[in-house]
Design a protein around this ligand. Structure first.
Ligand code: GNR
Ligand code: NI
Length: 174
């Protein structure tokens, strides 16, 4: 188990465009294992490699929507390497998003309600699936990170400035 430090706005590394992975090897699988440890510890439902300072096109995700008999979340880890969005739906939906790189701040973001996603898993095997609901929202939020985009970039300047002000206030208080 190895936790990595999650970088936060306004760290300029969050603005980098991540580069495609060319070989899925043990070194990459080590990074993925650390990303899961870091995501579950945070806790969060998704994490892009750049959020731990690594500009590679790698995302881990676990919505943890199901619980067992004892009410403990059932883990359903997903890995996306070199993901691509195909056929975003014309229909949009609004979800109140948060981000581990903008801690404890939330705002409504509108995105395509469904999308088809193509990606490689940690064995280098390719997948192609249609996503909807929170899964569609989350994969689009994570894919934005690979392009150097953070969810607050989708807000009006007024709302974004308000979030940055609240974040800086909370940091000073801590
Ligand atoms: O933990 C997270 N929750 C979340 C909630 C709504 C929409 C997107 C997310 S992703 C976020 C973790 C994160 O920052 N991923 O980049
Ligand atoms: Ni995020």
């Amino acid at each position: 188990m190895a936790l990595r430090t999650i970088i936060e706005v306004p760290d300029p590394r969050l603005r980098l465009v991540s580069t495609p992975v060319d070989t899925v090897d043990d070194e990459l699988r080590d990074l993925i294992a650390d990303m899961f440890d870091t995501m579950y510890d945070a806790p969060g439902i998704g994490l892009a490699a750049i959020q731990v300072g690594v500009p590679k096109r790698v995302i881990v995700m676990d919505l943890q929507e199901q619980e067992d008999e004892e009410g403990k979340p059932i883990r359903e880890p997903r890995v996306f390497i070199n993901p691509e969005i195909l056929e975003p739906a014309e229909e949009h939906s609004i979800y109140t998003e948060g981000c581990l790189s903008v801690p404890d701040q939330f705002a409504d973001v509108e995105r395509p309600a469904r999308c088809r996603v193509k990606w490689l898993d940690e064995q280098g095997k390719s997948h192609d699936e249609q996503f909807e609901g929170l899964l569609a929202t989350c994969i689009q939020h994570e894919m934005d990170h690979l392009e150097g985009i953070v969810f607050i970039d989708h807000l009006s300047r007024l709302k974004r400035d308000m979030i940055m002000k609240k974040l800086n206030k909370a940091r000073k208080a801590a």
